[in-house]
Ligand binder design. Structure first.
Ligand SMILES: [Zn+2]
Ligand SMILES: [Zn+2]
Length: 93
């Protein structure tokens, strides 16, 4: 237990270990932890509606047409790599 100082401030309501920050319910480490968790949760919600999980792939489909077949039938071969569905070549950059 914390001697002396711990009796001055009530303990953190989260971890019950460290004294609270003045005027706050939690100690500094707990507050920091909460903030970063909240930050990341907000980050993931930014992408769209709350119940929609953003697609894992960020690759943009190439706009140009295939230089061999002239089609724009790109498909994602592997993450961030597009290939022509007909010829299998990669799009010109
Ligand atoms: Zn705490
Ligand atoms: Zn092609």
């Amino acid at each position: 237990m914390i001697p002396d100082q711990g009796t001055l401030l009530p303990l953190c309501s989260r971890c019950q270990q460290r004294p609270r920050r003045p005027g706050q319910r939690w100690c500094q480490p707990c507050a920091n932890q909460y903030k970063s968790q909240r930050y990341w949760r907000l980050k993931t919600e930014e992408g769209g509606a709350h119940d929609v999980i953003p697609a894992p792939s960020q690759a943009e489909k190439p706009i140009g047409l295939c230089r061999l077949c002239g089609m724009g039938a790109w498909f994602e071969w592997s993450p961030n790599t597009w290939r022509c569905a007909l010829c299998g070549i990669r799009p010109a950059l």
